[in-house]
Design a binder for this molecule. Sequence first.
Ligand SMILES: [Zn+2]
Ligand SMILES: [Zn+2]
Ligand SMILES: [Zn+2]
Ligand SMILES: [Zn+2]
Length: 158
Amino acid sequence: MAKKEVKQNKISKPRCGLCGKVRNLTKTDCCGNWICDDEHKYKAFSYARNSCHRNHSRYTLCAYHFNEGHEGEWQTCRKCWNSFEAEMYVWYGTNEYNFVKLKNPPDYKPTRCAKCEIVIKLSTDGHSISGGKYLCVECSDRETENRIKQFESDKANK
Ligand SMILES: [Zn+2]
Ligand SMILES: [Zn+2]
Ligand SMILES: [Zn+2]
Ligand SMILES: [Zn+2]
């Protein structure tokens, strides 16, 4: 009897697969892994990334693939691949919100600002897209300013 008990104690408690916490867990719909049931911690519009559950369901291919109802595994899914810029695809597949990361992420060219050619990290750097081109924050601010100036001088000339 005593032996059996030891064995049972050895069965490790479920832990959040992302941060290792053992309290308030739930299972993900997409992949059935234990994860913090902490969606409520997120403040609307704060853009904070402090909720394991939210991070996994918003920022991973695993959840996207599941929510879109694709077939097969997300790692080999063409639909997922076609849904994102390569850079975002790789980020969604390899960031720390994944239980299983993409093994052989494809190479991709870094995204550069169409004006100043600075490299923009789409996952973390602010940017804007105009006419299919990416602009860094500075250039897009300048662009907006120019547009306003242009608009005002047009008005003045009329
Ligand atoms: Zn967690
Ligand atoms: Zn998942
Ligand atoms: Zn998919
Ligand atoms: Zn720029």
